[in-house]
Design a protein around this ligand. Structure first.
Ligand code: BDR
Ligand code: CA
Length: 456
């Protein structure tokens, strides 16, 4: 059967199902190559976005080849319980660092599923319920996909420290440095912070189309030859091992093992996530949402138009933003507000633990390269905006917008084209971070370093 009529039929089916009040629309697709073509097809994306705006989620299910493509079917009641999109409207929440302060101060990384007094209200989840937290409840289950990286390192600390987050796994990707180095760095960070019960697996060593058009890009000018220059980690191996599985397998196993949908938090190039979505479309219902650092509503930092994470693998970013999954994007327009000024560094130094000293060394190195490369007075701690948002959604305002990835521009490849004015007519596909409560953000970071430093 020719592809175009099949896509048209699927798109119409999605819109019709949403108009009839469907919460979830399962789209049965064929092999991953077909899925990629369909998702990039525009028509289907528009239909998915239209369904999303009516409160429905479209999920890709496995099992059909292209000739047997089923346009849609309404999901069964059993799985329709977690199929509504989270609203992007912000809710007032108690300050998240209060929960961190009240967290247990001893013991290793906490995996409690019990209530934490004073914890913030959780954002609503796919089921449209008020949220799993509600003044005491389940932490948000998270997989961090990262390329440590100074700011990635702080994101690992924040996710491991805060009781509102359950850090299930860390996967690594080539980005700030080669994947061998970013994996070693993730293990180093977890070792010094006493995070010993979170598996760490290595992922892609190059972008999706790296072999065709470019070598893997690294950010040695910012993060140094090791990817985490500054602190003396010593020559010895970190005592936290590397998981024998690859990143894609660890993500799959983690999603299958966890009883509730899991939030993916990518803070490096999106290669692992895109590869996973293509390989396992049947598992998208087990992904709650994707909360990522990348892009910008304005200019870039690696080219005038493109931010580093997106530029490293624009095709992967395109797959993620076109996936139909709820995506929240924290780009440079937001992260540049979160600068590690000397007073913040002094507060971390005053904690007086080995971990706090290491964090000061990280920030000192990061400050020097940001001063040299960009002329910044203080370095922006990009990546932890993602986990900070999960902990306290009121910290960073969001706007819903259509985000497109520039794949072909002569000078603008890798740009995130964010339609803030709604002038393109494209349907919104992401919540985009805007204004940051900077003191609230740093309160979380400082408390995370304190809590882990006292436990380690
Ligand atoms: C992003 O690029 C990396 O260097 C940082 O870790 C962050 O994820 C900022 O552009
Ligand atoms: Ca990063």
């Amino acid at each position: 059967m020719p592809l175009r009529p099949v896509v048209d039929r699927a798109a119409k089916g999605i819109v019709r199902a949403a108009e009839h009040g469907a919460d979830v629309i399962n789209l049965s697709l064929g092999e991953s190559g077909l899925m990629a073509r369909l998702l990039k097809g525009g028509i289907l994306n528009q239909a998915i976005s239209a369904a999303n705006s009516k409160g429905a989620v479209v999920v890709a299910a496995a099992g059909n080849d292209s000739t047997a493509l089923q346009p849609y079917r309404l999901d069964t009641p059993a799985s329709a319980t977690w199929t509504r999109r989270p609203p992007c409207a912000r809710r007032a929440a108690p300050r998240a660092h209060d929960a961190l302060r009240r967290a247990p101060r001893s013991g290793r990384h906490r995996r409690s599923t019990g209530p934490v007094p004073g914890a913030p209200a959780r954002p609503a989840t796919r089921d449209g319920r008020a949220g799993l937290w509600d003044g005491g409840g389940m932490p948000v289950p998270v997989i961090l996909d990262c390329d440590p990286g100074h700011d990635d390192a702080f994101n690992i600390l924040l996710a491991a420290a805060h009781p509102a987050v359950e850090l299930l796994a860390v996967t690594t990707v080539a980005g700030n440095q080669t994947v061998e180095k970013t994996t070693l760095n993730a293990r180093r960070v977890c070792s010094v912070a006493g995070i010993r019960d979170v598996p760490i697996a290595a992922g892609s060593d190059r972008p999706l189309h790296g072999a065709q058009d470019r070598e893997q890009r690294v950010a040695e000018d910012i993060h140094g030859g090791s990817g985490l220059d500054g602190p003396g980690f010593g020559e010895g191996k970190p005592d936290v091992p590397q998981d024998p599985r690859d990143a894609r397998t660890l993500i799959r196993d983690t999603l299958l093992a966890h009883p509730a949908p899991v939030t993916l938090v990518p803070t490096g190039p999106l290669t692992n996530i895109a590869t996973f979505l293509l390989a396992h479309p049947e598992l998208t219902p087990r992904i709650e949402r994707i909360v990522l650092m990348g892009g910008s509503t304005g200019r870039g930092n690696t080219t005038p138009a493109a931010e580093f994470n997106i530029l490293c693998d624009p095709e992967a970013a395109d797959i993620v933003f076109s996936s139909g999954l709820p995506v929240t994007m924290f780009g440079l327009n937001a992260t540049h507000q979160a600068r590690a000024t000397p007073d913040v560094v002094a507060r971390i130094a005053a904690l007086g633990t080995p971990l706090s000293r290491l964090c000061v060394e990280l920030l000192t190195y990061f400050a020097a390269t940001y001063r040299e490369v960009y002329g910044f007075d203080a370095p922006p701690l990009h990546d932890p905006l993602t986990v900070a948002h999960l902990i306290d959604p009121s910290l960073i305002s969001l706007v819903r917008a259509a985000v497109s990835i520039e794949l072909t521009g002569t000078y603008t490849r890798g740009a995130t084209v964010v339609d803030l004015q709604g002038v393109t007519g494209r349907s919104p596909n992401a919540d985009v971070g805007m204004e940051v409560d900077v003191p609230g953000f740093w309160e979380l970071i400082v408390e995370a370093v304190r809590v882990l430093g006292e436990r380690a």
